[in-house]
Design a protein around this ligand. Sequence first.
Ligand code: C5P
Length: 213
Amino acid sequence: MIIAVDGPAASGKGTLAAGLARHYRLPHLDTGLLYRAVGRAVAALEGAPGFEAAAVAAARAVDTAHLDAVALAAADIGVLASKVAVIADVRAALYDFQRQFALRPGGAVLDGRDIGTKIAPDADVKLFIEADSKARMERRARQLEARGQVVDRYALYHQIEQRDARDLANPNGGFYPAPDAHLLDTTLLDIEAALRAAVAIVDGVMARKAQHN
Ligand code: C5P
């Protein structure tokens, strides 16, 4: 079973995807980490003429075995990730690894922005996670604070809005809910309630599929 979990920055899709992976005993890939690793690799070149070429080279060389989720979590790396994510050749360089992950025997859970539309359009279940930007800011702030970082909520809110705007305008993205995606708004849900809702959707889809086979 392939489960695609998409949604905007800090929507809770990563936490939900990890919870679904545990629940169904599937491997999980947070595809945002790939873009974050590329963004971090070219941070020093931001604004310089060689930025795009360096980002493509970094995407081709990204060490998928050592994606350090904690080191890559910083908000400014998220912004850099959204800058390299508009480059078509960066997306192309990261495609194969994601596609192969989705096709693992037994299935997988992938979360990102374009899983249901581009990476695994054939996924068994597609979830599109939403939450209003204030709720997303607060969640991300608490996550960062739990890691000992000092958070400026005003700046974080604007960073999330800016990243949303760049992601929505990404011409190479596919950052919209797939036509067969199930929308899940987590604004008013805590992690446990959101996971229960997601499991109910996945179980419902799989039960309907089983009936039709
Ligand atoms: O999900 P996360 O916040 O880690 O993603 C960081 C950035 O990477 C996003 O803002 C987006 O620009 C990019 N991204 C992408 N496609 C994905 C996952 C992330 O373009 N599948």
